[in-house]
Design a protein around this ligand. Structure first.
Ligand code: SF4
Length: 320
């Protein structure tokens, strides 16, 4: 891996959770994750709701402080960097949110929404905001006539385009896209993925692209990391992970992808039960309570990370 723009090093994040009168337990939302994103690379981060992927996205942007470990952005440690440097780095890091309905202020005009980062970071004078706003809207396939309108006048897909325009305003180099299409109709999802893909190539952007569906990240990601209960359990180049999934959880997520031909036989690998609480992470392999392939050591021994070659790593006793 050459020249990572983002390096996450053995990162932990716990949250206190009330567990009864006078009793507090700790939810281990992110539980020892190391991950890099190279310049111009798209890393897909996939897992069920509650696996910690959105928390990891916010840690990657320095929006949350880690409980332990480090996040390095262009080599700068986001916890220990000075205020001035952090402000400068923030221009380069942006987020696209999941819900385009909730993420846009309904009382603000589109011009003010998309140019807000330019004002915050003092990147443009007042007289430039109309032209900069038009240019940003054009980049995401919307006309300048949208400038003076309000969010409620747009469809879900158009609002997500507005959210993307806002994320591009400060000319970032790294974007966390936090389930950017999961609130949209299936017919609109592909349009937004294609837009992000075009922008990524045109602007050389790096992405941490979060999704709960492996299908969504398939064509957009260079590498895919699969996260389960706060840990990355498998990571590989995208082609490789779809061709040769090596963790039973990845296999189960892949078996969940809809097959276009309804008569095609689909290998169903069922996930047993629900994802456990991050306040009670199972011993041994954290996936053993749901794994249809568990065997003798799984509930006692934590699997080590096995290097399968060509950038493919997996945490599973079957591969160790
Ligand atoms: Fe399943 Fe055991 Fe592998 Fe965990 S280590 S994924 S329980 S086979």
């Amino acid at each position: 891996m050459v020249d990572p723009i983002l390096a996450i090093e053995n990162l932990f994040k716990t949250f206190p959770v009330k567990a009864g009168p006078g009793k507090t337990v700790h939810a281990r939302a992110v539980d020892g994750v190391s991950l890099t994103v190279s310049r111009g690379e798209v890393v897909g981060l996939v897992g069920e709701s509650g696996c910690g992927k959105s928390t990891l996205g916010r840690l990657a942007l320095g929006l949350l402080p880690p409980s332990a470990g480090r996040v390095l952005f262009r080599g700068w440690d986001l916890v220990n960097v000075g205020k001035e440097e952090l402000r400068a780095l923030r221009k380069e890091m942006q987020i696209i949110f999941q819900d385009p309905f909730a993420s846009l202020n309904p009382r603000m005009r589109i011009r003010d929404i998309v140019t807000e980062p330019l004002v915050i970071h003092k990147l443009a004078g007042k007289q430039e905001l109309d032209s900069r706003g038009s240019a940003l809207l054009e980049k995401v396939g919307l006309g300048a006539d949208a400038l003076m309108r309000y969010p409620h006048e747009f469809s879900g897909g158009q609002r997500q385009r507005i959210g993307i325009a806002r994320a591009l305003a400060s000319d970032p180099s790294f974007i966390v896209a936090d389930e950017p299409v999961s609130a949209l109709d299936v017919s609109v999802q592909a349009q937004i993925i294609n837009l992000l893909s075009d922008l990524q190539q045109d602007m050389g952007l790096s992405f941490l692209f979060i999704a709960h569906d492996l299908n969504v990240v398939r064509h957009f990601s260079d590498r895919v990391a699969v996260m389960y209960l706060g840990k990355v359990v498998e990571i590989a180049p995208a082609d490789e992970i779809y061709r040769n999934p090596s963790h039973p959880y990845t296999e189960a997520l892949l078996a969940d992808i809809p097959v276009p031909d309804p008569t095609a036989r689909k290998k169903h690998i069922l996930l047993k039960g629900d994802i456990p609480s991050p306040t009670q992470i199972p011993p041994g392999c954290r996936f053993h309570t749901r794994c249809i392939r568990r065997f003798e050591p799984c509930d006692k021994l934590v699997p080590k990370t096995t290097d399968l070659g060509s950038g493919h790593f997996v945490d599973c006793h079957l591969r160790g």
